[in-house]
Design a binder for this molecule. Structure first.
Ligand SMILES: [Zn+2]
Length: 165
């Protein structure tokens, strides 16, 4: 394959670039087309060379990246910047229920040696983890981080290697 070198100042049809989605593979132009595809995650991207923008074509997620001459930068959609107030609400969402449960078990401790004396501590930890998970999930959903595409690509690579052995 006679392709231009990996790093190029401008995003152009003949170039080969690191895949912005899986960050493992390399994307290059598909034969006779203006679309790019990745040799690792096999996703297809549409290109806009004037704006130096790459958009994912085969996903529901509205993901796009702009080439800055060295690497890809995610194109933020309008109004997707999370404010500090949201971060504060998120922290309260995690800390407050945990604090209530912890205070409850501190004020009304279980009888020492009773069979379920371990429960309040575990319940507190579980509350914290469950709420933290909800918060992380919301952030992942909000920013449309391609976590599932990433895991799917990793799994595919793992099985490809496994079958090759
Ligand atoms: Zn990829």
């Amino acid at each position: 394959m006679a392709k231009a070198q990996l790093s190029s100042d401008r995003f152009h049809l003949q170039g080969i670039y690191a895949c912005p989605l899986c960050r493992h593979g390399q994307i290059s132009a598909m034969p006779l087309m203006e679309t790019f595809s990745c040799n690792f995650c096999h996703h297809i991207f549409t290109t806009n060379f004037e704006q130096q923008v790459l958009k994912i074509a085969d996903s529901q997620l509205p993901l796009a990246w702009r080439w800055n001459g060295k690497n890809w930068k995610g194109v933020q959609r309008e109004g997707t910047e999370l404010g500090w107030s949201y971060l504060g609400i998120g922290i309260i969402f995690v800390v407050l229920p945990t604090a209530i449960i912890a205070t409850g078990s501190y004020l009304f401790p279980p009888l020492p040696g009773s069979p379920l004396s371990w429960l309040p501590l575990w319940w507190t930890i579980l509350t914290f983890l469950a709420h933290l998970f909800c918060l992380i999930w919301l952030i992942v959903e909000y920013y449309q981080f391609p976590i599932f595409l990433y895991f799917r690509a990793l799994r595919r690579r793992f099985f490809a290697r496994w079958h090759a052995n």
